[in-house]
Design a protein around this ligand. Structure first.
Ligand code: F6P
Length: 342
């Protein structure tokens, strides 16, 4: 049995633990593993490395991915599907482990229908927005990083009597903003699921000032939008999956807050800092459990499945189902967080 593995889309802490676990478990079963480089690009270009025990030794605590990643979409390349099928055959692969988020796994799901059927998915993303799994790995590390930044920003905001807007990642879902905001004691958290009402935000800030708190920390997800569309700043550049390159909401928000409240307001954009660094224990363990389960699924010939976390159990779910819609923040959790706003 020869297994291929690739990591696609935005990197995140925990990818290397998955690669290591897939290789270790596969070798236990007497299987051979190759790593396709840079996501789907590696399959299109037949660019790979052999993954043996030595290749995965020492990678557990390392952030990023030893295989590299890209946002290459085979369906956006001329003859991409044919090339992918041809190389899959040429490489004599019996199974493919695809580690990715909505886009990478979306391609996997399409490829299954288009003839590469022997695929197993592993859900990754710091955004935690994949359906059918309680958590994706990478998220825990990202919110801990963001929380630490929020803690640091608190002390400087308080000393200078400033408002600090902290822009975090989260394209369609506000999980990072909400959970790092709850953990870091943010005074307002703004997320893509609920359009920003500037009047409400300013009232919350002014109320704090009235009770003697001359600083505030506002956490905003990069994908959040204003209720008033005139305030939106939109970047035109799109990637191969049609996503706009986000960033800028924090600046706009800070400008509006300062204009409306008169309080000095600064912005801190955490950006890719949230994606870098060593995975937390939780992400190392989750990635490891996912990797082992992926090989178990291959052994059982359960293809078209995605490994997932349900409570504390590792299960498998339909890959097609998992990529149908995104998991966004629900009212209940956001309402709970609101108790601490202002
Ligand atoms: O991987 C998800 C993500 O981190 C999003 O939160 C963010 O919008 C995007 O990736 C950023 O992508 P890039 O690294 O291509 O700028």
């Amino acid at each position: 049995m020869k297994i291929g593995i690739l990591t696609g889309g935005g990197d995140c802490p925990g990818l290397n633990p998955v690669i290591r676990a897939v290789v270790r478990k596969a070798l236990c079963e007497g299987y051979e593993v190759i790593g396709l480089k840079n996501g789907w690009k590696g399959l299109l270009e037949s660019d790979f490395i052999n993954l043996d025990l030595n290749a995965v030794s020492g990678i557990l605590p390392k952030g990023g991915t030893i295989l590299g990643t890209s946002r290459t979409n085979p369906y956006k390349k001329e003859g991409g599907l044919e090339k992918a099928k041809e190389n899959f055959k040429k490489l004599k692969l019996d199974a493919l482990v695809v580690v990715g988020g909505e886009d990478t796994l979306g391609v996997a799901s399409r490829l299954i229908k288009d003839g590469i059927t022997v695929i197993v998915g592993v859900p990754k993303t710091i955004d935690n927005d994949l359906s059918c799994t309680d958590y994706t790995f990478g998220f825990d590390t990202a919110i801990n990083t963001a929380m630490e930044c929020i803690d640091r920003l608190h002390t400087t905001a308080e000393s200078h009597h400033r408002i600090i807007v902290v822009e975090v990642m989260g394209r369609h879902a506000g999980w990072i903003a909400l959970e790092s905001g709850i953990a870091g004691g943010a005074d307002v958290v703004l997320i893509p699921e609920y359009p920003i009402d500037m009047d409400e935000v300013c009232v919350l800030i002014k109320n704090r000032h009235q009770r003697g708190k001359t600083f505030s920390i506002i956490v905003v997800a990069e994908g959040a939008q204003f209720k008033n569309k005139d305030l939106i700043l939109q970047e035109e550049k799109l990637d191969e999956f049609g996503h706009v390159r986000l960033g800028g909401i924090g600046e706009n928000l800070a400008r509006e807050i300062e204009k409306r409240t008169g309080f000095e307001t600064r912005v801190s954009v955490l950006g890719h800092i949230q994606r870098g660094g060593s995975p937390s224990a939780f992400d190392r363990i989750l990635g490891t459990r996912f990797g082992v389960k992926a090989v178990e699924l291959i052994k059982a010939k359960k293809f078209g499945r995605m490994v997932a976390l349900s409570g504390n159990k590792i299960i498998d779910v339909s890959l097609e189902e998992a990529v149908k819609s995104l998991k966004t923040v629900d009212n209940e959790l956001y309402d709970m967080a609101k108790v601490f706003f202002g």
